[in-house]
Every structure is written in C-alpha cells, then in structure tokens.
Design a protein around this ligand. Sequence first.
Ligand SMILES: N[C@@H](CCC(=O)N[C@@H](CS)C(=O)NCC(=O)O)C(=O)O
Length: 203
Amino acid sequence: MIRFYHAPGTRGIRPIWLCEELGIDYGVEMIEFTKEFRASPAWRKISPLGKVPVLVDTADDLLMYESCAMVQYLLDRYGNGQLQPQLGTPEHAIYQQWNWFAESTFARPLGEIVNHGREFPGENLIPAVVAEMQNRGEQCAIAVGEAIADKAFILGDNFSAADINLGYSIMLAERFLSNGLPESIKPYWQRLSSRPAFIRATR
Ligand SMILES: N[C@@H](CCC(=O)N[C@@H](CS)C(=O)NCC(=O)O)C(=O)O
C-alpha cells in the first residue's frame, strides 16, 4: 500500500498525479502544514527537514522524502515501462535532465519566494530578493517555452513523467511570477492541467 503525507498545493501533487495517470492505488494523509507541526519531533522523525511530501510503501517497508525521486521509484516499481524512455538511452538522459531541471533549477527559486515570505513577513520582506527569485523562475519558464515550441510534451509526442515533474513547477510559476506565465509556455500548461489525472490529483 502506498501512502502519502501531503498538504494541498504542495509537491506531493507530483507522485499523486503519477499514481492517477497509472492507476496505482494510494492513500493520502493530509498533515497540518503549520510551522509548529513541521518542527515537531514526531514529524521530524518521518521527514528530517519537516517538509512534505513523504511516501511510505508498506510493500517494501520504504519511506521517501523527495518528490521527483518518488515519481521515479513508482515508475520503476509499478510502471511496467510506461511514461519514461528506456534506461541507458539518450532519450532517458534527456528525460532525467528535465526531471532534475524541474526541481533543482526551476522549482528552487519559486520555493524560495514562499520560504522568504514565510520567514520575513510584512515589512521585513526584502523585495529585491523576491524579484531576483522571480527573475530566475521566469528564465526557467522561458527555457521550457523554447524547448516545447514544436512539441506537444517535453520529450516529443508522448506524455512522460518529466511532464509531471515540470508541470508542478509550472503551477508554482503561474502562482508566483509577477508577470504570470510567458505566452510560450501557456499551451503546454493548458495541455497538462486539463489532464483528468492532474485534475483528480489537485482537487
Ligand atoms: N526537494 C523537495 C522539496 C520539498 C519541499 O520544499 N516541500 C515544501 C512544500 S512543497 C515544504 O514542505 N516546505 C516547508 C519548508 O521548507 O519548511 C521535494 O521535491 O520533495
């Protein structure tokens, strides 16, 4: 049994969306997304930095706390070769590039906008820091827009888990970029966000 600890709007959307795409059974436990709960010793035992999401797979006695790694585990364990190119091919290398880009390059500055706003609320907020993170996030959105220009999905005609990982980052970009999403990325985002599995994962 797969179980996620999750909070609305957060990165747990990635592995939950994947489960919805593949028809993998899962359960969700919503945690209290307060500073106090995330700092509590009980939660820190499960998630050392107090973050969400967390995945528990009782079939393997497994506990994980990185969203894109969860997506890859679920694909490798339960995906029967679906939604990713064959391992060891150049296509798989590009697939992994976009997975890593999604979290470590694209979501990072956007996540820092959230963290900065939480740690330095009101008049303590440093607008130049937020503007810099927005600029970094916007550059990433533009890079995705260029890569997707002549394609339906990031690897070409076929939807893959890299679209899920990027999709969550685009969702953050839509929320936190001061000018919204660049036009070049909007049709791709429309394709992703209208998928029934995405809608079920975010309701
Ligand atoms: N790289 C991690 C990032 C996890 C993360 O930052 N989660 C956010 C919610 S989306 C969180 O729990 N933030 C609270 C905090 O940083 O204290 C992942 O992809 O799972």
